[in-house]
Design a protein around this ligand. Structure first.
Ligand code: HSE
Length: 433
């Protein structure tokens, strides 16, 4: 049995989950894998967090990450403090100092991918990051290992539990966004500051990590078009349902002949599609590869125990390599391997169908003017419905379009929103079929 010494930086919710997992399942892990995970040190600025870890004669408790990771007896550093700084400095100094790293930090990876992977490659160290996307779901491993022989064509992901919980609640109870968000916060699903989640940025960070691995090129966060869910109303969810669609915050990556499409936005998904049936806080990723066809990975995207499961799995993966094959990584995975040098397709150039909700004054000719402006911009209507009849008052008119170029749609909507009889901004939600 080989001992592998671990330093844990960040004893928050997930960190505590990792400590508990090593303590409760360490023997099982050792029996299965032949490595004994030894928690050698824990680091946190918060004294109470440090105190929450059971004392052990061999365990170092410190508020200094640099001192802990500089120790010769540390093999693997687990970074669980989140955010870009100071996590970046910690991860880079660990890698440069020859320590292997496990992190769940999607903001850091999607922000500083090249620097971090260069540091790992230069020092022959391993960096694993399964928990950065999809919590317990082994999606990183699926792309790097299970599907490694495939050309990945598309990724559709529900990558954020908070927003999926909110949209599920809105759909089930006709509840407005703010009320559903408040419930998510009460239940501890949403963070106290839920900005990253509801704005779609958390999903965008995760999509850029998956896309980098799947498509073999560096993708920065700002290359992912991102829209959050705060503009989705119960009426849109109800109208979409009448037409056989659910509204989900999808993270979408497509490898098309004209380039990569990378986008996160509320999306109408056919209610019969498997992703429409991913409810509550759960996450799911549907991937299409040239060999495997469509595959779905589904599970818990957050929470202490599910996320700790992935973190500890990453630790075990490195621990076994280090214990049985040597301290250095002899064959780093070529993250950047794309030979096609495809660019990112600008949003204006994507072709997709739309759900449009206009708020109009119910007068003869309004619909004809809207339809004519859409037609002038090459946009063909698939279905129309007016939800109420209140002559002279504002009513919602819903239009589903056939596929159109986003740039043309934007031009048409800007002009329609200037019509006197159109009140407020038109709601535009993209539709995947
Ligand atoms: N806040 C994220 C979510 C989990 O709601 O899915 C951590 O990535």
């Amino acid at each position: 049995m080989k001992d592998i010494n671990i330093a844990l930086i960040g004893v928050g919710t997930i960190g505590k989950g990792v400590v508990e997992t090593i303590s409760s399942n360490g023997q099982l892990i050792a029996d299965r894998t032949g490595v004994n995970l030894v928690l050698r040190g824990v680091c946190d600025r918060d004294k109470e967090a440090l105190a929450s870890v059971d004392d052990d004669a061999a365990l170092i408790k410190t508020s200094s990450a640099s001192e802990l990771i500089a120790r010769d007896d540390i093999d693997i550093v687990i970074e669980l403090i989140g955010g870009v700084n100071p996590a970046k400095e910690i991860v880079l100094s660990a890698l440069r100092g020859g320590k292997h790293v496990v992190t769940a930090n999607k903001a850091l990876l999607s922000n500083s991918w090249e620097e971090i992977f260069a540091a790992a490659s230069d020092s022959g160290t391993y960096i694993n990051f399964e928990a950065s996307v999809g919590g317990a779901i082994p999606v990183i491993r699926a792309i790097k290992e299970g599907f490694v022989a495939n050309k990945i064509k598309t990724i559709y992901g529900i990558l954020n539990g908070t927003t999926n919980f909110i949209l599920t609640k809105m759909a089930a109870e006709g509840m407005p966004f703010k009320e559903a968000l408040a419930i998510a916060q009460e239940k501890g699903i949403a963070e106290r500051n839920p900005e990253l989640d509801v704005s779609g940025k958390d999903s965008a960070h995760k999509l850029s990590i998956l896309s980098m691995l799947a498509f073999g090129r560096v993708i920065s966060n700002d290359e992912v078009y991102t829209e959050g869910i705060s503009g989705v109303s119960p009426i849109d969810i109800a109208c979409a349902a009448k037409w056989g669609y659910s509204i989900k915050l999808l993270a979408i990556a497509k490898n098309s002949p004209s380039g990569l499409q990378l986008r996160v936005h509320p999306t109408l998904v056919p209610s019969s599609h498997i992703l429409a049936n991913v409810r509550g806080e759960d996450n799911a990723i549907s991937m299409r590869g040239d060999l495997v066809g469509e595959s779905l990975l589904y599970g818990k995207g957050a929470g202490a125990r599910p996320t700790a499961s992935s973190v500890v799995s990453d630790v075990i993966d490195i621990a076994r390599r280090v214990a049985f094959y040597g301290k250095k990584n002899p064959a780093p995975y070529n993250v950047v391997h794309d030979r096609s040098r495809k660019g990112i397709v600008p949003m204006e150039d994507i072709t997709i169908s739309y759900y449009l909700r206009f708020s109009v004054t119910d007068r003869p000719g309004v619909l004809a003017r809207i339809a004519s402006m859409l037609a002038d911009n090459g946009i063909s209507i698939a279905s129309v419905s007016q939800e109420e009849r209140k002559e002279g008052q504002t009513v919602p008119v819903i239009i589903l379009t056939h596929k159109a170029r986003e740039g043309d749609l934007r031009k048409a909507i800007a002009k329609i929103d200037d019509f006197d009889l159109v009140k407020g901004r038109t709601v535009v939600i993209r539709r995947e079929e």
